[in-house]
Design a binder for this molecule. Structure first.
Ligand code: WT7
Length: 638
């Protein structure tokens, strides 16, 4: 494959950027022309942020899997598409060439069809990081079914909410998943979720852990049996469904400032072009490179930079089932050397946690194959940046600090590895096609350099979300109504003296815990479900490893009240049941009241300051209903 749109110099970046602004349709049309379309589009772009409607490559017909797999078969058929490293380093790894991947995706696509899945149906995928997860995702895309992957750390209740919201009648899961020294009973969790979802017609279960599972007659079938059925049917091919560029590709749920996660919708054509373009340019992909993105496919990072971006470029994507610290904190480095990884893309929280183990885990590891390092998910602190640069990149690998979101589909602001300059803790410059603006509270654009404001984007790029599933008005209100004619990101941002962007974090009630987005309202709802809880307020606070920790102020009158630690554990259990282990509180402080205004609104600003330990900077508390409560809370700070 060749990538005529790959930017190789800083000058080329400038030229590409200018063209993308002056002639966006010409710019993206040329890039899109390098893909395989069954029928060319009628119009590159139609948009109106007011509604919002955004259509890229409207009228174009294609299937994303023909671009991710079939078009590579002739030249790259025997090249590894996916290398899989299992949780247990002693277990044999697996390599799937593009030809293998084609065979397996077609096979499983036929399994889906045999089980009644049709174009437009929603399929919920709840699996560990095994190659079959990528296969299931691509098989859905092959037949035009809409996948909705749910991360293995979410609870039965969270899955049920998502299944109901997406009206998904099909589930693909595993008996269990291995993660470090833990075994997660995925099918058991699904069974609990399905009590609330009688509309689910079929559950396909892959064997991974050989845990005992209940299989319900008429509803649950084994992946392996269904593959055998396809084999006896004789035809391994599955002709790809012809999709419109604007047909839905997937739904991915993410947290916002309300209690209920929203189903972000991405469509086939624009998402394909954008993930490919950003992959090839940000990481400066070279044919033969091994790309190791350490995210889980349950998050957007895995969708875009384990599956669709790398595969559409014909790259080799490394998929890792386990965790960075098991069996020891040298696991990433062992993997890098074992597979001669060229690009390592991970999160600041992982870097900080590995820093904590010192340099011992690096002993005997050469890391010579590395060319590019990437970071994503949250602002990276300078200390972690320099550690990554010195000890992992040996000062010879550019670090790309990639800012983006579930809603953006792909990376929007980042340096291009080795092409445009990096600056520690700065995402630096927008990719071509991306037009960031900073605005003040009133939505007035803040121009010039050395300024800060709320980050918005004023022009669509192909990977932008199209709607939130089943509720378009919610999409409008969330992203397009705060500031007129702008997409609002929810992030605060600085622009330095030469125009580099530095993301400072969320300005809404959304936390970023270990690179995972969690709404404070969501956690409050879960805490309030606990029988003994009268009221609660949740805020974030700086956490050395997680970036942000979850700090909960709780008015409690329930059982175990005489044993605060036990009551805390009860509440934690409740949150794990309602949302999942990823949302477990870090600190729970019992209080007798919460600081409220006379109109009854909780003053989060004050609670945030207390949680952050800035008790002397509480500001004006005179408008509070009961200013006394603030002293009590500040004194009781954990
Ligand atoms: C939020 C999006 C998209 C990948 C994973 C997270 C924060 C993401 C950076 C970065 C500073 C970052 C933002 C953003 N974020 N990347 N390089 N520097 N902050 O996806 O769960 O949709 O969260 O993550 O706050 O809004 P997500």
């Amino acid at each position: 494959m060749s990538y005529p749109y790959q930017i190789k110099t800083a000058d080329q970046y400038k030229t590409a950027y200018e063209k993308s602004v002056n002639d966006p349709e010409g710019f993206w049309g040329e890039i899109a022309s390098t893909f395989y379309w069954r029928k060319k589009w009628d119009k590159v772009l139609e948009w109106d942020f007011k509604k919002p409607t955004i259509k890229w490559f409207g009228g174009g017909k294609l299937n994303i899997t023909e671009n991710c797999i079939d078009r590579h078969l002739e030249t790259l058929g025997n090249k590894p598409a996916i290398i899989w490293e299992s949780n247990d380093p002693e277990e044999h790894h697996r390599v799937l060439t593009y030809r293998d991947l084609h065979f397996k995706v077609c096979q499983f696509a036929n399994v889906l069809k045999n089980n009644g899945v049709k174009k437009g149906d929603r399929v919920c995928i709840y699996m560990g990081m095994v190659p079959e997860l990528a296969i299931a995702v691509l098989a859905c895309a092959r037949i035009g079914a809409i996948h909705s992957v749910v991360f293995g750390g979410f609870s039965a209740q969270s899955i049920a909410d998502r299944l109901q919201d997406a009206k998904a009648e099909f589930v693909v899961t595993c008996d269990g998943a291995f993660r470090g020294n833990k075994e997660i009973p995925l099918k058991g969790v699904i069974d609990d979720a399905l009590v609330q979802c009688p509309f689910v017609k079929r559950v396909i279960v892959l064997t991974r852990t050989r845990t005992a599972v209940s299989m319900i007659k008429g509803r649950d079938v084994w992946w392996e049996d269904e593959i055998k059925r396809v084999e006896t049917q004789g035809n391994p091919e599955c002709v790809a469904e012809e999709m419109d560029a604007e047909d839905m590709l997937f739904i991915l749920y993410t947290s916002g400032s309300t209690g209920k996660p929203k189903g972000v919708v991405h469509t086939v054509g624009g998402y394909m072009v954008y993930t490919n373009y950003s992959f090839v340019n940000v990481f400066q992909y070279q044919p033969g490179d091994v790309h190791f993105c350490t995210a889980d496919i349950g998050w957007i990072t895995g969708h875009s930079y384990i599956v669709y971006g790398p595969l559409s470029a014909g790259a080799t994507s490394l998929m890792f089932e386990g965790v960075p610290t098991w069996p020891d904190a040298g696991r990433f480095w062992e993997i890098v050397d074992k597979y001669k990884v060229n690009v390592l893309y991970t999160a600041p929280t992982a870097i900080r946690s590995l820093m904590g183990f010192g340099l011992d885990p690096l002993k005997g590891r050469s890391l010579d194959s590395l060319k590019v390092l990437g970071t994503v998910g949250e602002p990276i602190n300078e200390e972690a940046w320099h550690w990554y640069d010195e000890h992992i990149g040996k000062k010879k690998c550019p670090i790309v600090d990639t800012w983006w979101q579930t809603e953006t589909g792909g990376i929007l602001i980042s340096n291009l590895a080795g092409v445009t300059p990096a600056k520690p803790a700065h995402a630096t410059l927008p990719l071509p096609g991306v037009q960031p603006v900073l605005v003040d509270e009133n939505g007035k654009e803040i121009t010039g350099n050395s300024v800060s404001g709320n980050l918005c984007i004023k022009f669509p790029w192909p990977g932008i979300l199209r709607t939130t599933y089943g509720d378009h008005e919610r999409c409008r209100l969330n992203y397009f109504a705060t500031y007129e004619n702008l997409y609002f990101t929810g992030d605060g941002c600085l622009r330095d003296e030469v125009g580099n962007y530095r993301i400072t974090g969320r300005v809404d009630d959304v936390l970023n815990v270990s690179g995972h987005r969690i709404g404070t309202a969501e956690v409050e709802n879960a805490i309030n479900m606990h029988a003994g809880v009268v009221e609660s307020a949740v805020v974030g606070y700086p956490h050395d490893i997680k970036g942000q920790g979850i700090y909960c102020f709780v008015i409690y009158q329930g059982a175990h009240g005489d044993d605060e630690n036990l009551a805390r554990k009860d509440i934690t259990q409740t949150v794990a049941r309602i949302i999942g282990a990823i949302a477990k509180p870090d600190k729970i402080q019992f209080v007798s009241g919460l600081p409220k205004t006379r109109s009854g609104k909780i003053m989060r600003r004050i609670l945030r300051k207390i949680a952050e330990g800035e008790v002397d900077k509480l500001g004006d508390t005179s408008t509070l209903l009961d200013p006394g409560v603030v002293d009590e809370i500040a004194k009781g700070r954990l």
